[in-house]
Design a binder for this molecule. Structure first.
Ligand SMILES: Nc1ncnc2c1ncn2[C@@H]1O[C@H](COP(=O)(O)OP(=O)(O)OP(=O)(O)O)[C@@H](O)[C@H]1O
Length: 331
């Protein structure tokens, strides 16, 4: 039997409308996520991580629109993914967890009531059964005294507890793929570890696909199976966690990973990625990392596309892919 991906993003393009012009900020982003698989997306601020999730979800901010590509979602176990039109909210198949839990919760509603109403929107559930399911969901995400906390308003809960409730709310839609946009960034290290464990449990127990966006490589290492590195609106490297994080091939991926201080490594100044990413108005057809790259030559000035992350294996968009991998060790 063929095992279909749950979510397939194919050649996604997203643009910001400015009067008569459209500024492309995501350019040919392609990847697939299967059941129980977690795709981590890393990259510097502004590279397009959040817009990728929002475009998949059909929740782009006003003035920003999908201008190309296809999003396909499998709504039934074993079913081939079918297309979600631009502007259509992916609804029940996808759910999103944000960095700021206030973005998901309604400040005027008791958290349990909000979750129960979300369960009811799926249809076929009585009010009392939806309440029971809401209490079970709160318990499943580790909310203590879930029957009591059912009646709390979001502002009465701590940040960590609110994030647990936001995850319960996302699970209440019975999603097939959970889109997580920096869900642990605002939390301290202990809470961060608890939320990562919780998301991992939800993923394995429910067979969820997951996309986890973070700028924190250590977090990605803990939760993801496959990592995509984004730069200036494109995926520039993809592969398993150990391929990409231990043996990066693209000079940008290498620099990003080297910028993370290591606990076991020698003490020394942090190496940061010199320079800054180009403004979307300057995105051209050449490699977008050209100006910051110590390995550039004339080959990098030709057309360099992002890579198709739906294909298996460890791949990078660098035109020197492979031949540079050895040389990078010495830099
Ligand atoms: N609401 C918006 N209006 C105008 N431009 C936007 C908006 N949201 C994002 N952008 C632009 O789109 C590009 C991609 O932004 P996006 O938020 O996806 O990046 P990101 O990688 O998630 O960054 P961060 O890690 O800071 O959240 C950036 O150039 C950003 O300035």
């Amino acid at each position: 039997m063929t095992s279909h991906p749950l979510l397939e993003v194919d050649g996604l393009r997203v643009a910001i409308r400015r009067q008569d012009t459209a500024l492309t900020v995501l350019d040919g982003v392609s990847f697939a996520v299967g059941a129980s698989q977690c795709l981590g997306i890393v990259g510097e601020s502004g590279c397009g991580k959040s817009l990728t999730l929002r475009a998949a979800m059909g929740l782009l901010p006003p003035g920003i629109e999908r201008t190309g590509g296809k999003i396909r979602l499998s709504l039934q176990p074993g079913a081939a993914p079918s297309e979600v039109q631009a502007g259509q909210v992916a609804g029940r198949g996808l759910a999103m967890v944000f960095q700021d839990s206030h973005a998901s919760l309604d400040p005027t509603m008791r958290v349990g009531t909000f979750i129960a109403e979300t369960v009811r929107r799926r249809g076929g559930t009585s009010r009392s059964d939806a309440r029971r399911q809401a209490v079970e969901l709160l318990a499943s995400v580790g909310v203590p005294d879930p029957k009591v906390r059912f009646n709390a308003y979001p502002h009465e809960l701590s940040g960590g507890m609110r994030q647990r409730v936001a995850i319960a709310l996302a699970l209440a839609t019975d999603p097939r793929v959970l889109l997580c946009d920096e869900p642990t960034t605002a939390l301290d290290v202990t809470l961060q570890a608890q939320i990562l464990r919780l998301l991992n449990t939800a993923r394995t127990e429910r067979g969820l696909g997951m996309i986890f966006v973070s700028h924190d490589i250590a977090v990605i290492r803990q939760i993801a199976d496959v990592v995509a590195v984004m730069y200036a609106g494109q995926i520039i490297e993809i592969g398993t966690v150990s391929d990409v994080l231990d043996r990066p091939r693209h000079p940008y991926a290498r620099a990003l990973i080297d910028a993370v201080p290591s606990i076991d490594g020698p003490v020394g100044p942090f190496r940061s990625v010199p320079g800054s990413p180009p403004d979307p108005i300057d995105y051209g057809s050449a490699c977008r990392f050209l100006d910051r790259c110590g390995h550039r030559d004339t080959a990098c000035e030709g057309v360099v596309n992002g890579i198709d992350g739906r294909e298996a294996g460890h791949r990078s968009a660098c035109v020197h892919n492979g031949t540079l991998a050895h040389g990078l060790e010495a830099t």
